[in-house]
Design a protein around this ligand. Structure first.
Ligand code: ADP
Length: 714
């Protein structure tokens, strides 16, 4: 025991020295190599991200230049052949370049103004270039007279006539517009609604774009008046469509209006329509009008938002850009060309491609931040290999504008900004987390890893084998020592009784003949037992060493068993045993070595008797079926538990149960039976239940030459 433990330790130590330590060494080399490689890879990524950010900045710069060039070209066209096309050209710019939110002019004699897109309205106080408004003196006198007649004397007819004289004397459209407005007004006061309506129609048609000297727009005012006159005339449907037309005109920016005027007119139109819907639900085309109206409402809300934002921008631009660019007109090259404006939480990114000159406007581009961010996103996406990194475009205050489709999870590689801090954003590049395990297998150092794994598995395998072999060896040693002690015991007791009886017989001290006969019987029986034990041991040794020669010949198992049962019955009958043979008729012969089979059956019979316990009945049956002759040996003794039935055929194996242990044995009998049967091409089986008994089955193949019928009477 002690020696085997030492042996085990020695083997373990050898494994550790020969395999364990080298493999650990290799493993640590591999891990070191991989760590270096990961660091290199990190560096490579960083370089790659830097390159991507450079490319993206270049792309952005090129895009800005192209925007600036586009605006410059359009502005030059403004001064050339087709100035009338200017607005349209500018509008096309917006379609052509999604990055442009608006084009504006600034720095000239007029206040800063968005040229495109068209605004819903202008800021209050904005006045477009006023028309010629100086009255011819005769006309002015008539006009003053007419106003006196209208407001002081309330003589509508005379007043209308005086306004008529005035009209005949003026040609300027602003003045004519004002006079016509007055005529319409007195006509209404005089109750001449039809005439008033006709006057308004002239105004709405021919004077639509005229603004009075006070700055109010004639067109929409005349439309509103028309609608109200139609209402008074009882033409509800006409009034509704006039209101709708006014509202449509407002939303379509048909007239250039200031915020206050716009709000007043749009409120009037909306209110006029609403009250028509409520007052006259039976109105023809009601649903159609309502539908158009609600579409217009939605459009207005949208455009109002954009307009407010652009007005805010203009305010900021007037303050900041105006100042920046008028500071030093001479050193124009030094003037900033890209400016970020901030006002009331809004950020405006502007390019200023054309600087204002003496008496000339400058031109600028307001960039669409959202479109710019997605332009950047696309550019990054196009250049960055998706497997190598993720990115975020952030504002300076940390707010994320756009990020790569996969969420960011790896460490930051670089932080990129743009030239002149324009746009004032940050692009952060992140490393994609790499699976270290994947890296391990993919890297060039992986050969170490594979070797490590190989050696480790050999080590583990070897250890398992060793442990198993040693356990087996220990078990065998235990069984051998058991064997030696049981076998010597087995030898000792018959030898003792043989010697004892032989001595008594020799000394002539056995008195009666009958007694002497008993002694002879016992002597024969004990020596038989000894010889069978010796035969078992020798035969097994011979078979296992391959030295045993079987003499196969046709054998009649019926006869063999019958004789064996008879001698056994004779031997054990006096102990109260009944050994019974049931042998089928017409058994075929089997191919067998009779001596060996005899030994096998007698081993089974012997076990049946020895492990019978209190039971005293053993049956042996011989039967044939489908080319096999089977010998069954059945007892009603101690039985074997199911987990032992396989093991009992192993060498030296003996069931640990105390009932069985009380019987002396070597653990070799069944092993021999099994070996003999296997040599015959047959097999041994057992069915058993503890406490109830066991049946062993020996199957032997029939003699192949021909089927020998066996006459029982033969
Ligand atoms: P042994 O000399 O110990 O009987 P065997 O190889 O003949 O050796 O049997 C192996 C073991 O199988 C026995 O120790 C016993 O435990 C069990 N065994 C064999 N035959 C029987 C049986 N008929 N009934 C119960 N147990 C049996």
């Amino acid at each position: 025991m002690e020696r085997s433990l030492q042996k085990r330790r020695k083997i373990g130590l050898l494994f550790l020295l020969g395999v364990g330590i080298p493999s650990l060494l290799l493993g640590s080399l591999a891990f070191r190599g991989i760590r270096n490689e990961i660091a290199l890879e990190d560096q490579r990524r960083m370089g790659e991200h830097r390159e991507v950010s450079r490319l993206v900045a270049e792309l952005l710069e090129a895009e800005f230049s192209s925007l600036e060039e586009g605006v410059r070209r359009s502005v030059i066209d403004l001064d050339s052949v087709f100035p009338g096309d200017f607005e349209r050209r500018m509008g096309e710019l917006l379609d052509e370049y999604p990055l442009i939110e608006a084009v504006f002019r600034y720095g000239g004699p007029e206040p800063a103004r968005v040229v495109t897109p068209d605004l819903l309205y202008f800021a209050d106080g904005w006045s477009p270039a006023p028309g010629v408004t100086s009255w011819p003196s005769a006309a002015f006198e008539h006009f003053q007279n007419a106003r006196r007649l209208e407001f002081q004397e309330r003589n509508h007819a005379a007043s209308e006539a005086a306004y008529g004289h005035t009209l005949a004397l003026v040609t300027d459209s602003v003045l004519r517009g004002e006079v016509l407005l007055a005529i319409g007004r007195v006509q209404r006061k005089a109750g001449r609604l039809q005439a008033a309506f006709a006057t308004c129609s002239i105004l709405a048609g021919d004077y639509a774009d005229v603004r009075t000297s006070q700055g109010s727009a004639v067109g929409p005012a005349a439309r509103l008046e028309q609608a109200s006159l139609l209402l008074s005339l009882g033409d509800t449907a006409g009034a509704a469509s006039a209101f709708l037309d006014l509202y449509e005109g407002l939303v379509d920016k048909r007239w250039a209006l200031e915020r206050g005027q716009y709000d007043f007119l749009s409120a009037q139109a909306a209110q006029g329509l609403q009250s028509r819907f409520e007052a006259t639900p039976e109105l023809t085309r009601l649903e159609e009008i309502q539908g158009t109206f609600s579409d217009l409402l939605a459009q207005e809300a949208r455009e109002r938002g954009d307009t407010e934002r652009l007005l805010l921008f203009l305010q900021a631009a007037a303050r900041r850009i105006g100042r920046v660019n008028s500071r030093n007109v001479e050193a124009r090259a030094l003037v900033e060309r890209r400016i970020t404006l901030e006002d009331q939480g809004e950020t405006f990114l502007t390019l200023l491609p054309i600087q204002p000159g003496a008496g000339e406007d400058g031109w600028g581009i307001l960039l669409n931040s959202r479109a710019l961010a997605s332009f950047l996103g696309r550019a990054i996406q196009d250049h960055l290999e998706p497997a190598t990194g993720e990115w975020i475009v952030k504002r300076r205050d940390g707010e994320t504008l756009l990020a790569s489709p996969d969420s960011v999870s790896g460490p930051l590689t670089i932080n990129a900004t743009f030239a002149d801090n324009f746009p004032p954003w940050l692009v952060e590049f992140y490393q994609k987390p790499q699976s270290r395990l994947k890296f391990l297998f993919a890297s060039s150092q992986s050969i170490y890893l594979y070797m490590f794994l190989l050696i480790a598995s050999i080590l583990a395998f070897g250890l398992v084998l060793t442990v198993r072999a040693m356990t087996h060896e220990l078990e065998l040693a235990r069984m051998k020592s058991d064997f030696v002690s049981t076998v010597s015991h087995e030898f000792k007791s018959p030898l003792t009784s043989i010697r004892h009886m032989a001595e008594m017989l020799q000394a002539g001290s056995v008195p009666s003949e009958e007694r002497r006969q008993r002694y002879y019987d016992v002597l024969v029986e004990q020596s038989n037992r000894l010889s069978s034990l010796v035969t078992n041991i020798l035969d097994l040794a011979r078979i296992e060493e391959g030295r045993k020669d079987f003499q196969f010949e046709p054998a009649d198992l019926g006869n063999l068993v019958r004789e064996l049962v008879e001698t056994t019955q004779h031997r054990v009958g006096h102990e109260g045993f009944r050994v019974e043979a049931r042998i089928e008729d017409y058994l075929p012969l089997v191919r067998a070595d009779s001596t060996a089979i005899n030994q096998a059956v007698s081993n089974l019979l012997e076990n049946a008797i020895r492990y019978s316990g209190e039971a005293r009945h053993v049956a042996v049956r011989v039967s044939s079926r489908e080319g096999t002759v089977t010998v069954e040996v059945e007892d009603h003794g101690v039985g074997i538990s199911s987990d032992e039935t396989e093991k009992i055929f192993d060498r030296f194996y003996r069931v640990g149960d105390p009932l069985t242990r009380s019987v002396k044995g070597s653990g070799l009998g069944l092993t021999l039976v099994k070996e003999i049967l296997e040599a015959h091409g047959g097999q041994i089986r057992v069915e058993s239940s503890p406490g109830k008994g066991s049946t062993f089955f020996m199957d032997l193949p029939v003699y192949p030459e021909r089927d020998h019928g066996q006459d029982p009477d033969h």
